[in-house]
Ligand binder design. Structure first.
Ligand SMILES: [Zn+2]
Length: 348
């Protein structure tokens, strides 16, 4: 139930010139007293306008700063949706110029996000010798294999369905398609940094794998870190992303004692990196400040390597759905995920 904390309005508001201060030349009456009074009232009006508009404008500007920056084009339609603050009326919209400037498709891939500085600019060998597991949630074929995916599997502290169909946007873009696309994009970035990238599946099997097998694949690969990519199916009026970290579960086949701490570090990095790369706000309907800890997910319970889930947005929410169906935004999502993993593997 938390929203992104926004920085308070400060003196650096970019719209410090209110419309009134750049208006028509003052009228001359030949009466200095009247001119003074006019100037004073104009000044008062200007100050009032600045006082009212500056916080709004700054909020809008911060929204732009958060949602997109000049080097990562975000369609204007999407840029405004992530911020609750409306642009000030009267053409003083500070979001108009930056969002309209960049051409689509110009966001560099494989480069560090300046808002999430990596220790060093990644090179082709930054992640050499490291193995990353990417787990694209669900499978587009699951819905045609309900018997197989409804079979219960042992997750240590419970028995749970092998997998689920996942969710989709109202227009039918599925979570499985979304997650596989983002994973492909993240794989390209990580591979360019020298990592060995293992996928839990690559859209190359009719259904699944089951959640226990998803964990096993990362364990067998001795992955240095693992991220499971999802889109949530929350209430339509809820939006935002969240990261899910493993709780300490020591029960049956599950023992997360050794991965709780490193997974928590990975989770924090992923929360910050994804937020910086996409501007997506923290979920306002689940988790706290974009972070959740759960003991009921087989993919986490059975993992012996540091692993987290990310619910990149709420696919049932129109604004999130608009972003998640945008390939440009998915590239930013992949960048955020790849940068978090890179940071996790190159820092302590
Ligand atoms: Zn999912």
């Amino acid at each position: 139930m938390t929203r992104t904390t926004r920085r308070p309005a400060g003196p650096t508001a970019p719209d410090s010139t209110a419309p009134d201060s750049t208006g028509a030349a003052p009228g001359r009456t030949g009466d200095p007293g009247q001119d003074r009074r006019r100037r004073r009232s104009r000044l008062l009006r200007t100050v009032t306008v600045i006082g009212v508009l500056a916080p709004l404008g700054l909020a809008g500007w911060l929204g732009w700063r958060t949602v997109g920056s000049p080097d990562r084009s975000v369609p204007a339609a999407a840029a405004g949706t992530g911020t609750p603050a409306a642009a000030p009326p009267g053409g003083a919209d500070p979001t108009a110029a930056p969002t309209g400037t960049p051409a689509p498709g110009t966001a560099p891939s494989g480069t560090a996000d300046p808002a999430f500085p990596l220790r060093a600019v990644p090179t082709a060998t930054t992640l050499a010798g490291r193995t990353v597991l990417l787990d694209p949630g669900h499978n587009t074929g699951n819905s045609a294999h309900t018997a197989e995916i409804n079979r219960k599997v042992d997750i240590g502290n419970a028995r749970k369905e092998c997998d689920t169909t996942g969710t989709s946007t109202n227009s039918g873009y599925s979570e499985a398609e979304y997650s596989l696309d983002v994973v492909h994009r993240a794989r390209a970035i990580l591979a360019a940094r020298g990592a060995t990238v293992v996928l839990v599946h690559d859209g190359d099997r009719p259904w699944g794998p089951c959640i226990d097998e998803r964990a096993r694949i990362g364990n067998t690969a001795h992955a240095d870190a693992a991220v499971s990519v999802h889109g949530d199916g929350g209430p339509a009026n809820g939006s935002g992303f969240h990261v899910i970290m493993p709780a300490k579960v020591v029960a049956g086949k599950a023992d997360t004692a050794a991965i709780v701490d490193p997974s928590h570090r990975l989770g924090l990095l992923l929360r910050d990196s994804f937020h910086a790369a996409t501007g997506e706000p923290y979920a306002d309907y689940v988790a706290s400040k974009g972070l959740d800890t759960r003991s009921d997910l087989g993919g986490l319970n059975l993992s012996t390597v540091p692993k987290v889930f990310i619910e990149c947005g709420n696919m049932r929410n129109p604004a999130d759905a608009r972003r998640m169906t945008d390939p440009q935004w998915r590239q930013q999502a992949a960048q955020g995920i790849a940068d978090a993993l890179t940071s996790f593997l190159t820092t302590r």
